[in-house]
Ligand binder design. Structure first.
Ligand code: ADP
Ligand code: MG
Length: 253
């Protein structure tokens, strides 16, 4: 694979990564020899039907799970050789997460949730980071919600708080797993526009996993996954183009 030797401009990459579950008789191959680079400063969608291995691949790229075989890098760091405690520190400092279920801490208010990554890293945001948090809070329309706890917020507001939390530390890469999966379509579109703007306005690298062609159409680049394998890569595409590719793939299967 050519990019293995020319990884300039890649914020993350995996080489020949596989992940299987179970023993030989009931073995499930969730990810099957995937090689892939995530470009720096871009919004990348990893698109595929349910069960195609998207979440497993994302968890491996983010250091939340280990592959059965293959190698994984975040920037120049090969994470496949790190210990659990080194991985924990790397995730805290260099990666942000947005999940379908928002994953906010219910006992903390919005401000507390946004500052949590700093807290976990044993520090407080410095002046520059405070300024950035204020900017994010305003841009995401959370200014009036800072003292609210998650259960006092709508789904869209919770996801915007989760996005603020993911962006606050300016991580090398933000991973988003079906970030609009629990939102109505209008709120979902707003969340996608915010992710897209974080990438285009701030150069934030984002890797989003989704099965939704509309969500994927907000990305700069789309990597298609089927049965644990990368089957296609496209530059920005319309929802119609993405749907028709997915449909063609299902027909061929
Ligand atoms: P997606 O996110 O695209 O829906 P997943 O990565 O969650 O797909 O799952 C891919 C495949 O791996 C599925 O067949 C799923 O059932 C299987 N799988 C995922 N996690 C586990 C696990 N912990 N144990 C056994 N099988 C799993
Ligand atoms: Mg999934």
């Amino acid at each position: 694979m050519s990019f293995i030797n020319s990884d300039a401009g890649l914020v993350a990459r995996v080489s020949a990564v596989s992940k299987s579950y179970g023993s030989s008789s009931n073995r499930v191959i969730a990810v099957d020899a995937v090689s892939l680079g995530i470009r720096s400063g871009e919004f990348t969608a990893i698109m595929g039907p349910s069960g195609s291995g998207k979440s497993t691949l994302m968890h491996i790229m983010a250091g939340l799970d280990t592959p059965t075989s293959g190698r994984v890098w975040l920037g120049d760091t090969e994470i496949t050789s790190l210990s659990d405690s080194e991985l924990t520190v790397l995730r805290r400092r260099r990666v942000g997460f947005v999940f379908q279920a928002f994953n906010l801490v219910p006992t903390l208010d919005v401000a507390g949730n946004i500052e949590l990554p700093f807290e976990l890293d044993g520090r407080r945001p410095d002046a520059e980071e405070r300024e950035r948090i204020t900017e994010l809070v305003n841009a995401l329309g959370l200014g009036e919600r800072l003292t609210h706890r998650p259960h006092q917020l709508s789904g869209g507001q919770q996801q915007r708080a989760a996005i603020a939390r993911a962006l606050a530390t300016q991580p090398d890469l933000v991973f988003a797993d079906e970030p609009t999966g629990n939102l109505d379509s209008r709120t979902g579109r707003e969340v996608l526009a915010l992710l897209s703007a974080a990438s285009s306005d701030y150069g934030q690298s984002i890797a989003m996993v989704t099965h939704d062609p509309i969500a994927a159409s907000h990305a700069d680049r789309i990597v298609f996954l089927a049965d644990g394998r990368v089957v296609e890569e496209r530059e920005r595409s319309t929802p119609e183009e993405i749907s028709s590719f997915m449909l063609g793939m299902e027909r061929a299967a």
